[in-house]
Design a protein around this ligand. Structure first.
Ligand SMILES: C=C(CC[C@@H](C)[C@H]1CC[C@H]2C3=CC[C@H]4[C@H](C)[C@@H](O)CC[C@]4(C)[C@H]3CC[C@]12C)C(C)C
Ligand SMILES: C[S@@+](CC[C@H](N)C(=O)[O-])C[C@H]1O[C@@H](n2cnc3c(N)ncnc32)[C@H](O)[C@@H]1O
Length: 361
């Protein structure tokens, strides 16, 4: 073989190796690889139909408003996106402010630990994770606080993923996962020492329903912290560009309608909570939470090619390409929401269930 042939063979081998290790190999947190992408609890052949069904909710906005249909629509959404999220983002399905000199993983963990520090729980306490995903936050919080964490998610596929990760992390004695609706929780009154929700209650059609449930299951005197998705004071409903961005975020994230930051405390008080603290964690001096999304753009193009090839050769379900495409566009809307400051995914509210319930009069 002449030197040119040798060079070509070497280059081909290097490309193949890069493809295998970097593209098909372990992603964010090992565990999920492109070749393992599935439609969650939906069988491969039905992924595309379910994706179309997901979109049909947005063609009938009146129906989204009927609260009973929302949990099913959210469940379908998480069947479609859970594997892609894990593959391309990791086991924590939320944002966090960037921190100079720290990795995304560390910034994510610190954002999670802050939640449990705020609710002041002790080792051995029973803490509720409202909308737990595949349990990234739950594991960080259990390891940090040594509290017993009970997570609830509407999506059965996530329950199985979370249990698997808990076991692998050796945290299954501290972490429990329940499949259920946070609008009607299968827990006794006054049975938790604390609760938190990280970017999950935005899926509730009426915030008072989920806050009311958290209030019911908390012991008197205990604390609940929530990181809420909201529109900020910069949002103008008469600005078509603002409306386009917010609607884009709602469609790509299974949201029945984003709330204004102003409504959160009012709703919490209505169900009986005392507001201890409220702060938008996205505001300066915090560094932008959307930098990670922006920086990932080249990787998303690569992922797009990979998903298209895998779906074409029958390894990934056909509809995966549509779902990935939707997320690709969503990333852009979220970035625009962050850049313009009209949207925050981390409006923090810290609430206390009073020792004595407020009188009804
Ligand atoms: C709280 C919610 C989810 C927030 C984020 C975890 C996700 C929002 C948008 C998601 C993503 C967008 C682009 C994807 C990319 C095209 C793909 O190649 C790899 C995965 C993404 C980066 C994906 C990861 C998760 C998000 C950032 C909502 C639902 C309330
Ligand atoms: C964006 S994910 C966040 C998950 C987790 N908090 C995290 O940060 O990794 C939102 C979670 O809320 C859950 N969820 C949404 N609506 C729900 C409902 N009605 N009942 C229970 N869980 C729900 C979803 O299943 C998902 O697990």
């Amino acid at each position: 073989m002449d030197s040119f042939g040798l060079f070509c063979t070497g280059a081909l081998l290097a490309c193949g190796l890069y493809w295998f290790v970097c593209l098909l190999g372990p992603a964010e947190q090992k565990g999920k690889r492109a070749v393992d992408l599935s439609g969650g609890s939906i069988s491969s052949e039905k992924v595309r139909d379910n994706y179309n069904q997901y979109w049909s909710f947005f063609r009938q906005p009146k129906e989204i408003e009927t609260a009973e249909k929302v949990p099913d629509f959210v469940d379908t959404f998480y069947n479609l996106v859970t594997d892609i999220y894990e593959w391309g983002w990791g086991q924590s399905f939320h944002f966090s402010p960037s921190i100079r000199g720290k990795s995304h993983r560390d910034a994510t963990r610190l954002h999670e630990e802050m939640a449990v520090d705020l609710i002041e729980v002790k080792p051995g306490d029973r803490v509720l994770d409202v909308g737990c995903g595949v349990g990234g936050p739950m594991r960080a919080i259990a390891a940090h606080s040594r509290a017993n964490v009970v997570g609830i998610t509407i999506n059965e596929y996530q329950v199985n993923r979370a249990r698997l990760h808990n076991k692998k992390a050796g945290l299954d004695s501290l972490c429990e996962v329940v499949c259920g609706n946070f609008l009607e929780m299968p827990f006794k009154d006054n049975s938790f020492d604390g609760a938190y929700s990280i970017e999950a209650t935005c899926h509730a059609p009426k915030l008072e329903d989920v806050y009311g449930e958290v209030y019911r299951v908390l012991k008197p005197g205990s604390l609940y912290v929530s990181y809420e998705w909201v529109t900020t004071d910069k949002y103008r409903a008469d600005n078509p560009e603002h409306v386009e961005v917010i609607q884009g975020i709602e469609r790509g994230d299974a949201l029945p309608g984003l709330r204004s930051y102003k409504d959160i405390a009012e709703i919490a008080k209505k169900v009986g909570f005392e507001v201890v603290k409220e702060k938008d964690l996205a505001l300066p001096p915090a560094l932008p939470w959307w930098t990670r999304l922006k920086m990932g753009r080249i990787a998303y193009w690569r992922n797009h090619v990979l998903v298209t090839v895998l779906a074409a050769i029958g390894i990934a379900p056909k509809g995966t390409v549509d779902v990935h495409d939707m997320l690709f566009k969503t990333a852009d809307y979220l970035t625009r929401g962050g850049d313009s400051g009209i949207f925050s995914p981390m409006h923090m509210i810290l609430l206390r269930k009073p020792q004595v319930p407020p009188s009804k009069s």
